[in-house]
Design a protein around this ligand. Structure first.
Ligand code: AHG
Ligand code: MN
Ligand code: MN
Length: 339
């Protein structure tokens, strides 16, 4: 029988070989992974666990909170508070940061998460997930504030997501490639099922919410029009389309077989840069995708270079197979210079 490598063994061996997973970071990753197991159990119970439907409240972004948004948020906070590996946490579902209470030791890391990604898919039993991003606490001079979190995504120490789908899968990067673990439900353990994941540079599959087409900027419309024109158009090949409406699921498919994902700026709310959030959606997914050889921009700039100005900042996102993301980015830059 082939040897099964657990998440713990993987992290210990990575540290031994490369020295980039100090003990606090290992604990952090293991605690987040354990919290994801608990969330997976709740997700799985569905109606039997009374976890479906709305909670009757709104988050800071004016979105209606689902019961599972709140449950997942609480599970992640409770799991991460006491271990001594964190200084503070930020979440889609909390207006401001949650500093580790004084009764616990304060650690060297900051954790950001989207506790439940794809909320509109909860009640319809379609894949959803948890996304997380880990930063180092760089300022040792004083207490923690939101400002400590405002670091560009390229400074992430680790990032990952867990997808609650037909299988429960954890995808992780610590800046040295991307690894995938599958939850063995009987054993309750994470088993390494793929290492060094690479996204093919070319693809014939795109993901975008086509219902917003009339609101898009010209470069996005140009790109999609060319894809839709298929083998008789300028791209000279037919494209396929997928849109799950759970970023985790769309990104997971791209990691598995390539593709391009876009949630661009659109004219519905012109003052918002995009729908997705920079610090706990675009940055962690961006780190993973780049580590898998893909590319991530907001149409013009590399997302991981953006210095955030606030915790819940939004951003346009173009990510996935390198040659396609390059093309979309070129179309934006050409439109800006009038070429
Ligand atoms: P969340 O459930 O955390 O608010 O995120 C949902 C996001 C993302 O997962 C997905 O790609 C996108 O919203 C779907 O948006 P549309 O419903 O506008 O297609
Ligand atoms: Mn989300
Ligand atoms: Mn969410």
């Amino acid at each position: 029988m082939a040897q099964r490598i657990s998440l713990t063994q993987y992290l210990v061996e990575q540290q031994r070989a490369h020295g980039h997973i100090p003990q606090q970071l290992r604990l952090l990753i293991e605690v987040v992974a354990r919290a994801c197991k608990r969330i997976a159990i709740s997700v799985n119970k569905g109606a039997l666990g009374d976890v479906l439907g709305t909670a009757g409240s709104e988050n800071v972004q004016g979105e209606v909170q689902k019961k599972l948004d709140i449950i997942a948020n609480e599970v992640l906070i409770e799991a991460n508070e006491w271990g001594g590996h964190l200084a503070a946490m930020g979440s889609e579902e909390m207006d401001s940061i949650h500093v580790v209470p004084n009764r616990y030791p304060q650690g060297e890391y900051l954790l950001l998460f989207d506790p439940l990604d794809g909320s509109s898919n909860i009640d319809v039993n379609v894949s959803i997930g948890t996304i997380f991003s880990v930063l180092r606490k760089v300022n040792n001079q004083r207490g923690i504030s939101e400002e400590d979190f405002l670091q560009p995504g390229k400074q992430q120490a680790a990032a990952g997501y867990c997808i609650y789908g037909p299988q429960v899968t954890l995808v992780l990067t610590v800046g040295d490639g991307v690894a995938m673990f599958t939850l063995d439900r009987e054993m309750g353990s994470w088993v390494l099922t793929e290492d060094d994941i690479k996204i093919p540079a070319d693809t014939k599959e795109f993901a975008i919410n086509m219902s917003n087409m009339r609101h898009w900027a010209p470069p996005v419309k140009r790109y999609i029009d060319e894809c839709l024109a298929g083998s008789t158009g300028p791209r000279e090949k037919d494209f396929n389309m997928r849109w799950v409406a759970s970023m985790v699921a769309d990104v997971h498919r791209i990691l598995t077989r390539g593709g391009i994902f876009m949630y661009p700026w659109d004219a519905r709310e012109p003052n918002k840069a995009g729908k997705l959030r920079l610090m706990y959606e675009a940055n962690p997914m961006g780190f993973i995708v780049e580590q898998a050889g893909g590319m991530v921009t907001d149409g013009k700039r590399r997302i991981l270079d953006i210095v955030p100005t606030k915790l819940h900042e939004r951003v346009a996102v173009v990510l996935g197979s390198k040659n396609e993301v390059e093309r979309v980015t070129r179309y934006h830059l050409e439109a800006a210079t009038g070429d």
